[in-house]
Design a protein around this ligand. Structure first.
Ligand SMILES: Nc1nc2c(ncn2[C@@H]2O[C@H](COP(=O)(O)OP(=O)(O)O)[C@@H](O)[C@H]2O)c(=O)[nH]1
Ligand SMILES: [Mg+2]
Length: 499
């Protein structure tokens, strides 16, 4: 059995598909959900029955030859022949498998009563029995009740019951009333082996086989095959092995069927989930913020912030954004994020993304909270102060110079000094002009800074709003969508890049 149909692998795929279906529930096409759900149920039911191993149990009365047949079929000499209690109250198992231990634990076979038939020495003819677990059950007619308990436990989970009867005791009442009659309806998984056929004269063999058949018919089990064998001479043992190989083959057919069922269902689910759905929603944030910025008239507010020297409240308290604007932003968000999603997923997005009215309230609050530094900037204040100081100095210099020139103030070389002072006043006046120019520049610069500061703070706030009210609720939906697709592809055994 290859890895593809390994039971553990199939079980893992069932789990993946179940995970995918849990994620798409209520969001994907109900038809997809129903079809994949049904496939999942049938696959997991089939798996629960076991697909990796074929359990064949030899049952029958004491001395019928179960242990001898066990050895004949396994071509080993592991089971104790001709031994009764206590040995026969323990099951013996032969597994054509390397990983039947869990199953044998569950069945209750002691570790020292197990043998593995897979070995390097095995020839091709053992391959046909790959996956077979052959059990030699305790004698069902034993007086010991624990024997019966073991038989009762193992019989329902066996893929095939091989009833071993012998020519002397085949009409034994215990066989018929005890077990066979409870198995009406399960004939397909039963085979009656009439052992010790070598003890019957060849001329009577057909007759005795027909007799066994008619007894089975009498029990209501008319369609059960009867096979005559001899564990001692080996007659019919190959035929019995061929029958077992058929059951084993049917079993691996089952695992292939489960595998293809999972592939079909996983593909169906994955195909309903677009591979183009965005993984990250970050790219949708900026356009939404842009749209909201336009909606709240952020540019105009920025200009107001630049012109008024308050803390920005004049700009912040602009005209409130209307729910119509936020509804448009919300709709284009849903269209963008959900572009590749099917209707159910879009509806889910629509449900989880904050309503337009709430977005409008949040946007107003966010922009309304923006505060800036009040008053003119430091550079403006410094330039103005410089202008004032230079102006005062210029006036003083000019006054003093004039007073000297006009002779109101008497100093030695008053005319020379007065001329110097007037020239100095001129220079200072120039300084005033320069300071005023600088102030104007600083003022314009400050206004531009305020404008861009206001806009960028407001945009930050709007980004937070978009993150909280649009991005955060949308992300889990897209994550579920993606995870469901990955799980469905895993169930289908496809790589996520494919399809
Ligand atoms: N002649 C003959 N004897 C057999 C055959 N199969 C088993 N026996 C003998 O029947 C006795 C009981 O066999 P065993 O395999 O222990 O039966 P179990 O109690 O059902 O496990 C032993 O002495 C076997 O040698 C057979 O096909 N022909
Ligand atoms: Mg025995």
């Amino acid at each position: 059995m290859g890895a593809r149909t390994d039971a553990a692998d199939l079980r893992g795929r069932v789990k993946d598909l179940r995970g995918a279906l849990d994620l798409i529930a209520d969001r994907s096409d109900p038809e997809v959900l129903a079809t994949a759900g049904a496939a999942l149920e049938s696959a997991s039911e089939r798996l629960d029955l076991g697909v990796e191993h074929t359990v064949v149990a030899l049952v029958g009365g004491t001395g019928s030859g179960k242990s001898s047949l066990f050895n004949a079929v396994s071509r080993l000499n592991f089971a104790d022949v001709g031994v009764k209690r206590p040995t026969t109250s323990r099951m013996t198992a032969c597994a054509w498998s390397d990983h039947a231990d869990a199953l044998l634990d569950w069945v209750g076979v002691d570790a020292d009563r197990r043998i593995n038939r897979i070995s390097a020495l095995d020839d091709e003819s053992e391959r046909a029995l790959d996956g077979l677990v052959l059990l030699d059950l305790p004698d069902h007619d034993s007086v010991r009740t624990e024997n019966r308990e073991v038989v009762d436990r193992v019989v329902p989970m066996a893929d095939l019951l091989v009833w071993v009867v012998d020519p002397q005791k085949y009409a034994d009442d215990a066989l018929h009333s005890g077990y066979l009659q409870t198995l009406v309806g399960a004939e397909g998984s039963m085979l009656v082996v009439l052992n010790q056929l070598d003890t019957v004269p060849p001329t009577q063999r057909d007759e005795i086989l027909a007799d066994v058949s008619s007894l089975l018919t009498y029990d209501g089990l008319g369609v059960v095959d009867v096979l005559g064998v001899s564990a001692v001479t080996g007659d019919g043992v190959d035929e019995l092995r061929t029958r077992l190989a058929k059951v084993v083959a049917a079993r691996s057919v089952a695992s292939v069927r489960v595998s293809s069922e999972l592939t079909r269902a996983g593909t169906l689910v994955a195909d309903a989930l677009s591979s183009e759905a965005p993984r990250s929603l970050d790219g949708f944030v900026a356009p939404a913020v842009d749209a909201l910025a336009v909606g709240v008239g952020l540019e105009a507010r920025g200009r107001t912030a630049a012109l008024t020297l308050d803390d920005g409240s004049a700009a912040a308290a602009g005209v409130a954004v209307t729910p119509e604007v936020t509804a448009r932003v919300r709709t284009s968000w849903l269209d963008g994020v959900g572009r590749h999603l099917s209707a159910g997923w879009r509806e889910n997005l629509e449900r989880v993304v904050t309503p337009a009215e709430e977005i409008a309230v949040a946007v107003d609050r966010a922009v309304g909270d923006v505060r800036l530094e009040a008053g003119p900037g430091r550079a403006v204040r410094r330039a103005r102060a410089s202008a004032v100081v230079l102006g005062i100095l210029a006036v003083i210099a000019a006054g003093a110079g004039l007073a000297l020139l006009l002779g109101w103030w008497d100093l030695p070389d008053g005319v020379g000094t007065g001329t110097y002072l007037l020239v100095g006043a001129g220079v200072l006046a120039l300084g005033v002009v320069v300071a005023l120019l600088v102030r104007g520049r600083a003022r314009r610069q400050h206004a531009a800074e305020r404008e861009s500061r206001f806009v960028s703070v407001a945009r930050e706030r709007l980004t937070e709003v978009v993150g909280e009210l649009l991005l955060q609720p949308s992300s889990p939906v897209l994550r579920d969508h993606h995870d469901a697709r990955v799980l469905a592809l895993a169930a289908a055994e496809q790589s996520p890049t494919g399809s």
